[in-house]
Design a protein around this ligand. Structure first.
Ligand code: COA
Length: 150
């Protein structure tokens, strides 16, 4: 598995990934905003870094991360993360998360990663806690805030 840049050759494949059971991407999916929206967002703000997850030559996932403001402080956030519905439950999410965190560690000044999850998203919570994230006593827009310090 590796993280690869999103290019004019592969962005359509990334946009067609989905977490929807019917395998049709929608702008707002159950636990994540669509990759097409995230890629557009990253074009209108130079702070977000987008990456595709490649496994055995196929693109199976997506991540977007970068600096953001948290109560007046700049912190690093894993803002979007998904594995396509057809590839979920095979250990790829856990493996991709490790690669993403390794990349984020290399960012200048990044000594912690923040992310937020919907309280019912037990699967995401499980892999984040397994990677060492701890739940902070703080909610953002109804989502639970988690932090991993390096
Ligand atoms: C969350 C997500 C990235 C995980 O990727 P994945 O490839 O499905 O995950 P993996 O197969 O690597 O690991 C899943 C783990 O969750 C566990 N799990 C599965 N369902 C679970 C549940 N309902 N509650 C708790 N744990 C659960 C599995 O047992 C496995 O853990 P284990 O290896 O310790 O047994 C993926 O499911 C996804 O894209 N979900 C929709 C979008 C999303 O929620 N993104 C995160 C937003 S914060």
């Amino acid at each position: 598995m590796k993280l690869i840049d999103i290019t004019k050759e592969n962005y359509v494949q990334v946009a067609m990934l989905t977490t929807n059971e019917d395998m049709k991407p929608t702008v707002l999916e159950r636990y994540v905003t669509s990759n097409a929206f995230s890629m557009a967002q990253s074009k209108y703000s130079d702070k977000w870094i987008t990456k595709a997850v490649e496994q055995d030559g196929s693109i199976i996932g997506f991540a977007m991360y970068g600096p953001t403001d948290l109560n007046g402080e700049t912190v690093f956030q894993l803002c979007r993360f998904m594995i396509d519905i057809r590839s979920q439950g095979k250990g790829y999410g856990k493996e991709a998360l490790k690669l993403i965190l390794d990349e984020m560690k290399q960012l200048d000044g990044c000594n912690a990663v923040y992310l937020s999850i919907e309280p019912e998203n037990e699967r995401a919570r499980h892999i984040y806690e397994q990677a060492g994230f701890v739940c902070l006593d703080m909610e953002i827009c109804g989502e639970l805030l988690f932090k991993l310090a390096f």
